[in-house]
Design a binder for this molecule. Structure first.
Ligand code: SF4
Ligand code: SF4
Length: 716
């Protein structure tokens, strides 16, 4: 009969004092680990208050699924997703295996030996799982090492985009140390198993197939069982020392992301950037250009620890792609360095302390930032004004970092200090005086109605089914007015009962808020809310994705809860109800640009695509589509600022992407600002006459044959 499958834990320890020595070192390592974790937690606790909806079971489950699936890591980068998945899962099993041994040997072995279970069939299954995990662990790490060493992945180059000389070489060393430490840990684990098998040759050696193969290899190279025992002893100590060092060092290095990223995913706000948090109650507090840990919220501090420097946000950022001085990753690292000191826990003090590049830590006010061309501010105003608030960074970040609310918070301090572009300050003045970005009289807002060829009800005076919130661009911009008029004709032809607020409408304030002008946003929103509440209607309709976001997501906090639709949603439903008959199918190849505030912000992806199909056009997707769409460069108030921060235009980048598609003649948009941005970009990119930029409304209008109709024909 075979003996029960089992193995001693401290095999080959000839001196009894070695076992207590191991426990002393282990407890020391755990102590250092706990000290580091507690320091981090205390630092978060010292941060300013930031409320989180306390739906903890749901949050925990979501974060758990996100972590286990490595979904965002693998999205658009399956190689890294697979490699990270291998490492993550294998590490989990190996860690669990170590805990099982500790439980069986150190707990049950001491207090209830009869309950020990790490033997027999359980032990055999355990051996197989550990063996396979060790291999997957090494394969995953090997893939990551090859990627880092040979693939020249651009986003793993940490050179800053703002022109400061520091290439952040320290981070690269830290990454390599992290990977190699884990790899050696895995490798020594496999060798330990092999040396043990080579010495003992137990009957169950086949349950560790990889260890057995390595043992046989070592035997073939001439290693004897007694030599294996000696090697086993020293390898064991090396492996144990490395593992304990890893544990002790975990809260102080890149490996902290194994804790902080998970915690960050648990507290992540699914509406980050979609609904902005209110400003800090004390104007002197809050995240600023000279950030200090005590000015930040606990969640902002956690974000800084959670960043793995993966560069996904850096990759997708339209500002970074256009040569502007902003990279969301750089911003997070700048903040991290500012509040923690480089790789340490201490915030560098003003005067005498060093930045990562060795230069002195500055202590400058915002006004100095504005007036100093070669500013040494930690976060420069130019970096912050480069953001289009497109939310691509938030969307892509695998650990749930919320860049946009932090950027807007810092912009608020810039606005308070008056540190802004002249064009922007002029536009904000227009908002304050006239309620729109064009600085035009409110009487001009409904002027487009005169040439709409159809009657447009005044929703202030009569009840309507749809209250159409038109938006600034769709009301005042001459190009966009034509689109607005076309929609009025389509709605009339489809028998939709609609009206507008005429002079009572104001800019919705979406981008005013994202610029950081909170007070002005509230003023605009309150006026709109008053006007909307005084009208009688069933739903709100809007042509403008920016207004859509504000009314849908930000007005509820100010007391207005309404059902709102973007025109693509309404027209799509009308098409399904056969209320948009197609007389002239549009036999053209088109591509569609998802506006940030409609797609990524509010998940309206299918209605515009369904409409394109409805009118008979063929949709060819650009590589970056849906939530991965690429911003036109207008959002977050960028449209009101000068171009000086942007050597290249994001809209041109997008037009080149569309032009590379086979046979596409039309670039379809569903946002009035996009119409302006892309119509210009087609010209500046040199494609005038080769690519037609058109709002989806025009396509529907042509398909319905309404564009040349007079009032009577439409009303028939
Ligand atoms: S919101 Fe867009 S522009 Fe701003 S940092 Fe993120 S990706 Fe860049
Ligand atoms: S912020 Fe997120 S996406 Fe950007 S580098 Fe850090 S972990 Fe990666």
């Amino acid at each position: 009969m075979q003996p029960v499958a089992q193995r001693p834990v401290f095999e080959g320890f000839q001196h009894t004092w070695l076992v207590p020595l191991f426990y002393v070192v282990a407890f020391l390592a755990i102590g250092v680990f706990l000290y580091g974790v507690i320091r981090r937690i205390l630092r978060y606790r010292a941060g300013r208050h930031q409320p989180v909806v306390p739906d903890w079971p749901k949050r925990l489950v979501k974060a758990f699924i996100e972590v286990l699936s490595s979904r965002k890591i693998g999205r658009r980068d399956p190689y890294t997703g697979i490699a990270h998945g291998f490492v993550f899962w294998a590490f989990g099993f190996l860690f669990l295996g170590t805990c099982i041994i500790a439980l069986d040997h150190d707990v049950l072995g001491l207090i209830a030996p009869s309950l020990e279970f790490w033997k027999g069939d359980f032990f055999l299954g355990f051996s197989v799982v550990m063996d396979v995990s060790a291999v997957l662990f090494l394969v995953g790490l090997g893939m990551l090492i090859v990627r880092r060493g040979f693939f020249a992945v651009a986003r793993l180059n940490y050179a800053r985009v703002d022109g400061k000389p520091d290439d952040r070489g320290g981070y690269r060393k830290e990454d390599w140390w992290f990977l190699l430490q884990l790899f050696v840990l895995g490798l020594t684990g496999v060798f330990l198993e092999a040396l043990r098998l080579l010495h003992d040759r137990p009957w169950f050696e086949g349950y560790s197939p990889v260890g057995l193969a390595v043992a046989n290899g070592l035997a073939a190279l001439g290693m004897t069982p007694s030599a294996a025992m000696t090697w086993h002893f020293w390898t064991w100590w090396f492996h144990a020392f490395l593992a304990l060092t890893f544990i002790a060092y975990l809260p102080y290095a890149k490996s902290v992301h194994m804790l902080s990223s998970w915690a960050n995913l648990v507290v992540r706000d699914g509406k980050a950037a979609i609904v902005l948090p209110p400003p800090a109650s004390d104007a002197a507090m809050g995240l600023s250009l000279t950030p200090a840990a005590e000015d930040m919220t606990w969640k902002e501090l956690l974000h800084l620890d959670a960043c793995t420097k993966c560069g996904r946000c850096h990759d997708v950022c339209p500002a970074r792609n256009s040569g502007a001085p902003l990279s969301p990753r750089d911003l997070i690292l700048d903040l991290r360095e500012a509040v923690s000191g480089f790789h340490g826990m201490k915030r560098p003090q003003t005067g005498g302390s060093k930045l990562p590049d060795g230069s002195e830590m500055p202590d400058i006010s915002l006004r100095e930032v504005a007036s100093t061309a070669e500013s040494t501010a930690l976060i420069s105003a130019d970096v912050l004004w480069s953001c289009t608030t497109c939310r691509a960074c938030v969307e892509t970040c695998p650990v749930g970092i919320e860049h946009v609310p932090m950027i807007v918070q810092m912009r608020r301090t810039l606005i308070d200090e008056g540190t802004m572009d002249n064009n922007l300050s002029g536009t904000l003045m227009n908002f304050a005086r006239k309620g729109n970005s064009f600085g035009q009289s409110e009487r001009n807002r409904p002027k487009w109605v005169k040439e709409a060829k159809v009657p447009v009800k005044d929703a202030r005076k009569e009840e309507v089914e749809y209250l159409w919130f038109v938006g600034d661009f769709a009301s005042y911009d001459p190009r966009a007015q034509k689109v607005t008029q076309a929609l009025a004709r389509i709605l009339t032809a489809a028998g939709v009962d609609f009206g507008i607020l005429y002079e009572a409408e104001r800019n919705a304030g979406n981008d005013v808020r994202r610029v950081g002008e909170e007070g002005l946003f509230e003023t605009l929103a309150e006026k709109n809310i008053k006007a909307i509440q005084s009208a009688k209607f069933k739903r709100v309709l809007t042509t403008d994705p920016h207004s859509y976001n504000a009314i849908k997501n930000e007005y509820p906090a100010l007391g207005l809860e309404v059902e709102i639709e973007h025109y693509t949603e309404l027209l799509n439903r009308l098409a399904q109800q056969n209320r948009l008959p197609v007389k002239h199918p549009q036999d053209v190849k088109v591509t569609y640009h998802d506006p940030c505030y409609l797609g990524r912000y509010n998940r309206v992806f299918d209605p515009p695509r369904n409409l394109i199909e409805h009118v008979g056009a063929t949709l060819v997707e650009m590589p970056r589509n849906r939530e991965n769409s690429f911003c036109c460069g207008a959002g977050g108030g960028r449209i009101w600022m000068g171009d000086t921060l942007y050597p290249k235009k994001p809209a041109e980048n997008r037009i080149h992407e569309a032009k590379a598609l086979d046979g596409v003649s039309h670039f379809i948009v569903a946002c009035p600002k996009d119409l302006a941005m892309y119509s210009d970009a087609v010209k500046t990119a040199g494609y005038e006459g080769q690519m037609e930029v058109s709002d989806l409304i025009f396509l529907v209008e042509k398909a319905m044959g309404l564009e040349n109709y007079g009032t009577e024909e439409i009303l028939v």
